[in-house]
Design a protein around this ligand. Structure first.
Ligand code: SF4
Length: 280
């Protein structure tokens, strides 16, 4: 049986935008880049999943779906609201589980107890945690609004509830060298992490990061396809062998992206990285 994630906008917000932690959000964030076409902002969760099922229809025989609450911080709401939104997704036919993307400071015992109770009902449940970097100086510089200690604590807490965690890391944040990034493999190796999603920092039009990049390009690694692919391959080589890498790179819509422009499809970037990983 094949599982397909269907991206959803669950109507959540983010504590780094609504003022609880900060305002204006992370300097690289452009919320419009979150959602695919089938995930219309004002559609209900059920409507979004039905549209997603239509979009992926016929991709594999006997497909089942994971409701992927991807936009903003999808554990950031009162518990009853979370329960109702997750349950709405799980009530759609052929949805067999949840993937919930969130920030380290939006994880606590109550949220995890709710997710664990959903798992006990027989559903698959996983968390995607936006850590982005484990350097506090960088977290402060990009206005992330949480610390690396909070990331580590959240990962350990998820592990205590037996909820698998996929960590998101961003390569190329300002002020970080290639060696700084490679050293993060050791940090991850010491944590109970199930998998990892890596992506290159993408400078998007209209963000504060775009202004910073214009003013201080020397603070950013200028990735080419080859230098980025080699960095990911070298990182993977340092990573504990049971940490599965789910994603190697991402691609914002062309009109939004300023840099880096690899000039090839995402599949070509991934193929280049895999070829280097096979060699090493
Ligand atoms: S935590 Fe996520 S949604 Fe919130 S500002 Fe940062 S990137 Fe955007």
């Amino acid at each position: 049986m094949k599982l397909q994630k269907i991206m959803l906008d669950g109507g959540f917000t983010c504590p780094n935008r609504d003022g609880r932690v900060g305002q204006g959000g992370c300097s690289f964030c452009l919320c419009e880049s979150f959602n695919p076409e089938y995930c219309r902002k004002h559609a209900t969760i059920t409507e979004q999943i039905e549209a997603g099922k239509k979009f992926f229809e016929g991709k594999y025989p006997q497909m089942k779906y994971l409701a992927y609450f991807q936009a903003y911080s999808s554990t950031y709401a009162p518990l009853e609201v979370l329960r109702q939104r997750y349950d709405e997704a799980l009530a759609v036919e052929d949805v067999v589980g949840l993937v919930v993307a969130t920030r380290p400071d939006c994880i606590d015992d109550d949220v995890l107890a709710l997710l664990a109770s959903i798992r006990e009902r027989g559903y698959s449940v996983a968390i995607e945690l936006g850590c982005e970097t484990f350097y506090d100086r960088t977290l402060a510089r990009v206005n992330r609004g949480h610390t690396s200690r909070q990331s580590m604590d959240a990962i350990h807490l998820c592990h205590r509830y037996a909820i698998p965690v996929t960590v998101h890391l961003m390569f190329g944040l300002p002020g970080e060298s290639r060696d700084d990034i490679l050293a993060e493999a050791e940090i991850l190796n010491a944590l109970p992490v199930a998998s990892l999603k890596i992506h290159q920092l993408q400078i998007l039009r209209g963000t504060r990061m775009a202004r910073e990049w214009e003013e201080k390009k020397e603070d950013f690694l200028a990735f080419t396809l080859d230098t980025y692919a080699q960095l990911v391959a070298d990182f993977a080589q340092r990573l504990r062998s049971d940490i599965h890498i789910e994603r190697f790179a991402s691609s914002a819509p062309r009109g939004m992206l300023i840099s880096p422009r690899f000039g090839v499809k995402q599949s070509v970037v991934e193929a280049r990285i895999r070829a280097l990983m096979d060699k090493s």
